[in-house]
Unconditional design. Structure first.
Length: 587
């Protein structure tokens, strides 16, 4: 379920937007943006903190702390409500369109009276925007892209929000007397990047106690349908949840069926028919006699069809059936295979926690190595300098000496000092070669000029791959799910360049990104590319986002050998040298 911290973070993000729309102070808007990130990423429940406790969160001053307390006391914040009242609802609706900022939304409302996405679509097609200052054919194209993105996302939510709620429901129902099994299924179990609703499955001989407990969960706001086998509810997080209860001896067949995908299920049913069987959510039956053969576990169902158990992220009818029949399913990478995180941030730039806290949290996760990669100077708002970066390097080396020692019979954690470089419009990066040579690794990412033409964007990223100091291309398409489409580059040319130069592609695990997408991972893998599954953590809590990157990597059929941060440190460091002279040795 969404945490109180996320609620407040979303509120202050909206407040920052409202300040911008009304022409308020840009610095003040940035203060609330930073506070929103800090509160959302804070480890403790802010609903339980007083003003003094809230002020211990970085970026939260007395005024912001008082607003947090007001929110939990009153259910709203008067300052936010006042700004909401000043802005027409139509303008707020327009700001939901990705690529359309608050200032342009206000201009459209004031100059053309546009107050809905439908009116905006009509105005673009009628070319009414072109007479406005700052608008033109390219702006129209971007707006249409944003509208399509908004419409395609619909009421779907990001993976982390859906997972949190699903895990709460499963945990609660698993404690109900008589519950034999309980799990979430559907697209969430397959690690789809967004989820429309949640399917929960339970096994019990008597469904009544489970259905009653389900409808009485504290976050249920409406019971849509109630029955002995299926109950549907709406929750205060905007997600619908369906609970189905099946007999224990149908558990495996039901879990396979309700996990999907539809295309995968069609193929398994076809396979059953060819063997004189009938497969449904109730079991696998002999087509002639109607006698149930197997259904207790998913493994039993797949085995009777002549298949190994197929991991849910693969169940998209993208060759998994054929690979299973040939005995060639990949041994997918798992979260437990990850030996370290290679893209993280601290409060030296836009992170929320000090270096020491991030390193301690990484060590708690049992990592063998951990990279700190704060932003480089060309992302100007981060105010990075050579001296600040070198001072951090010295501190990283000190911590490496402390954390790298073997403790209690367990190997230590080695620290790598890196940076996230900016890929400039011409493909250059922030620092000269002699400065870059001092880093253990460099992640390079596109952070601006997203609307360059296809050829320019492709050359730009390929040139970054060809830089001998660039080891990983971070969040390669720059997309933000439901808010910003990926850049229009020739990805196959980028993949070829990565394979040729020994540059890894990132699978960015942040639920807003999940970049590369699973489809792109499949294509890149065919080129022989290696990958890094990273959290891009900006707070201690973000380190746990790695699970979503692993799910995406699994959907892209990646194995341990494909993912460089599953490798032993010595092999990783050889890869990071990228053909350069040998750097600081591992120990």
């Amino acid at each position: 379920m969404t945490r109180s911290n996320d609620e407040v973070g979303a509120l202050f993000s909206e407040y920052a937007d409202l300040i911008s729309i009304t022409g308020g102070d840009a610095f003040r808007a940035r203060v609330y943006e930073k506070a929103a990130r800090a509160i959302a990423g804070h480890h403790a429940d802010v609903a339980k903190l007083d003003v003094k406790g809230l002020q211990e969160i970085p970026g939260v001053g007395a005024s912001i702390a008082e607003k947090v307390v007001e929110y939990f006391r009153e259910g709203s914040v008067s300052a936010v409500e006042e700004l909401r009242a000043r802005i027409p609802a139509g303008v707020r609706r327009l700001t939901a369109v990705p690529t359309l900022g608050p200032k342009k939304a206000l201009v459209l409302y004031e100059e053309l009276g546009i107050a809905s996405v439908e009116e905006l679509t009509d105005a673009v097609h009628a070319e009414r925007l072109r007479d406005l200052k700052g608008f033109g054919p390219k702006t129209e194209e971007n707006i249409l892209h944003g509208i399509a993105l908004l419409q395609s996302s619909g009421d779907r939510v990001l993976l982390d929000a859906a997972t949190g709620l699903a895990e709460d429901v499963v945990a609660a129902l698993s404690r109900v007397r008589g519950c034999r099994d309980c799990a979430y299924a559907g697209s969430l179990r397959r690690f789809r990047e967004t989820v429309g609703d949640i399917d929960v499955l339970a096994a019990a001989t008597d469904s009544a106690p489970l259905m009653r407990a389900f409808t009485e969960l504290p976050y249920v706001t409406e019971v849509v349908a109630h029955g002995p086998t299926k109950t549907s509810v709406r929750t205060n997080r905007g997600l619908a949840v369906d609970l189905r209860v099946v007999p224990p001896d149908s558990w495996g067949a039901a879990l396979q069926y309700f996990t999907g995908s539809k295309a995968h299920n069609i193929r398994t049913r076809e396979l059953a028919l060819h063997q004189g069987l009938k497969l449904s959510e109730y079991g696998l039956f002999d087509a002639e006699s109607g006698e149930k053969t197997v259904s207790r576990t998913e493994e039993d169902v797949y085995a009777r069809l002549g298949l190994p158990w197929i991991p849910p992220p693969l169940r998209e009818d993208r060759g998994e059936i054929e690979a299973g029949l040939r005995g060639e399913l990949p041994d997918l990478v798992r979260e437990t295979d990850i030996r370290g995180d290679l893209h993280t941030h601290t409060d030296l730039t836009d992170g929320l926690a000090p270096l020491e806290e991030m390193v301690a949290a990484a060590a708690e996760r049992g990592y063998a190595y951990y990279a700190v990669t704060d932003h480089a100077p060309n992302l100007y708002m981060q105010r990075m300098t050579d001296d600040r970066m070198l001072a951090q390097r010295e501190r990283v080396r000190e911590l490496d000496g402390a954390y790298g020692r073997r403790r209690g019979g367990r190997a230590g954690m080695r620290l790598l000092h890196g940076t996230e470089l900016n890929i400039d419009p011409d493909g250059e990066v922030d620092w000269p070669a002699e400065f870059l040579a001092g880093f253990d690794l460099c992640v390079a990412s596109v952070h601006s000029h997203f609307n360059q033409d296809r050829d320019a964007l492709t050359r730009r990223i390929v040139r970054a791959c060809e830089n001998p100091h660039v080891n990983i291309i971070g969040h390669p398409t720059t997309r933000l799910i439901g808010r910003r489409p990926g850049v229009d580059a020739d990805l196959d040319a980028v993949f070829e360049a990565c394979a040729r130069t020994g540059t890894a592609l990132e699978v960015n695990a942040h639920p807003d990104r999940l970049d590369l997408r699973d489809e792109d991972i499949l294509r890149a893998r065919r080129h022989g590319v290696k990958f890094a599954v990273d959290s891009d953590a900006h707070a201690v809590l973000h380190l746990a986002h790695l699970r979503y990157g692993i799910g995406t990597a699994q959907r892209g059929w990646l194995t341990k050998d494909d993912v460089i941060n599953t490798w032993p440190e010595a092999r990783l460091r050889r890869f990071l040298r990228k053909g350069r002279a040998k750097g600081r040795p591992a120990s």
